[in-house]
Ligand binder design. Structure first.
Ligand code: G6P
Length: 366
């Protein structure tokens, strides 16, 4: 009811603003990196696996895609990510040394549960879930689990469940790296410090709300939008586009920025807002030339940079700067800004933010 909403207009807004608390709770008690965070037998299982298969649906699948970048770069284990509804029905080549990871807010999504059963029927017994509901079928069915502590999520469009999944997946990355001898004590200490600081860093991104509201008033008048990212921010672009579609009903597509010239550039006119995720990482110079390609066609760029990105506003180029550069955990911060953009755009269009048409919070039938 209204009482639970406190100062917020919708559950989605409340849940976006709960993220510092949700991440803090999810990481509470993590004093060091140890496989036991995932269950008693985790060390033995992690020792036996040499690949990871991530299965999930919707927003949870984008958490999985982000984790692929982390796990391959930090733990050096090959990862494949597949939407559960595809995996369960296609012929694939099973390998018993696979760690099968399901990601699910509810733990009850029919396709994800069926994909898990399918993987097991193919002889893959090493199963792990990142899940927000400890009593769910998913947690019961998997040997290992990390329970996110987002708390109850009411808004159909997932927000705090996603960022807490990312936190859990980053812990998994570090544990796999450790077991494989790729995590020095110095790295461990550095990552733990960055994780502990996340609640404060997220709060500083949420404080950008007034600037994001100003952008959302322009977005609300559009019928299409493009989202660009590169590397581990490509899945974040996908999630930003999904959030906008789900609640504002604006058609949005995400592309890895390097693919722009292979198709979507044809759509760019001065009526097309192009949201670009531009942290100061190794790909920033490449991304800047992608932005030039958009500007040259009159596209309007809305750039989420960070304090180190060296991009400033200009004609057709709008910049909001995240206050900290956050390295490998930067996806967690950037997605919070995109959630606010979708939320305020939907608000300006007057849609039913918490219960978008045709969508359900949890899809427990096929
Ligand atoms: C539905 C929800 C999405 C969610 C997806 C997967 O489509 O509307 O927000 O991402 O299911 O749900 P899960 O509970 O498995 O994460």
């Amino acid at each position: 009811g209204a009482a639970e909403l406190g100062p917020y207009r919708h559950y989605m807004q409340k849940e976006i603003f709960e993220q510092p608390r949700a991440i803090g709770d999810t990481l509470e008690g993590v004093v060091s990196i140890t496989p036991e965070l995932f269950g008693d037998n985790a060390y033995n299982i992690f020792k036996q696996v040499d690949r990871v298969l991530i299965l999930a649906c919707g927003t949870s699948s984008y958490a999985g895609m982000t984790a692929k970048y982390w796990i391959e770069s930090i733990a050096k284990i090959p990862v494949s990510v597949e939407v559960a509804s595809e995996y369960r029905y296609r012929d694939s080549v099973p390998n018993p040394n696979t760690l099968v990871v399901t990601i699910s807010q509810s733990g009850e999504t029919a396709d994800t549960l069926a994909a898990l059963k399918h993987a097991r029927s193919l002889g893959m017994e090493h199963t792990l879930t990142i899940c927000n509901v400890p009593t769910s079928a998913m947690v019961r069915e998997c040997k290992l689990a990390y329970i996110t502590r987002a708390g109850v999520e009411v808004g159909v469009a997932s927000t705090k469940a996603f960022t807490t999944q990312l936190a859990g997946l980053f812990l998994l990355t570090l544990c796999l790296a450790q077991v494989n001898g790729h995590l020095s004590e110095e790295d461990e200490a550095g990552h733990l410090k960055a994780m502990r600081h996340l609640p404060v860093a997220i709060a500083s991104v949420l404080a950008l709300e007034p600037q994001i509201i100003a952008w959302s008033e322009e977005f609300a008048r559009k019928e299409n939008a493009l989202f660009l990212g590169r590397g581990m921010h490509y899945p974040i672009a996908l999630e930003g586009a999904l959030k906008l579609k789900e609640i504002s009903y604006i058609h949005a597509e995400a592309y890895p920025a390097g693919e722009l010239k292979h198709g979507p550039l044809a759509l760019v006119t001065n009526e097309m807002p192009v949201v670009t995720i531009a942290p100061n990482d190794a790909l920033i110079e490449k991304l800047k030339s992608n932005m030039q390609e958009v500007r040259a066609r009159g596209g309007q760029l809305y750039v989420f940079a960070d304090v180190d990105s060296h991009i400033s506003s200009g004609e057709g180029l709008h910049v909001i700067r995240l206050p900290e550069h956050y390295g490998v955990l930067s996806p967690i911060l950037h997605v919070c800004a995109l959630q606010l953009l979708a939320y305020h755009t939907a608000l300006a269009r007057g849609t039913d933010v918490d219960k978008p048409r045709n969508l359900a919070k949890s899809v427990t039938v096929e």
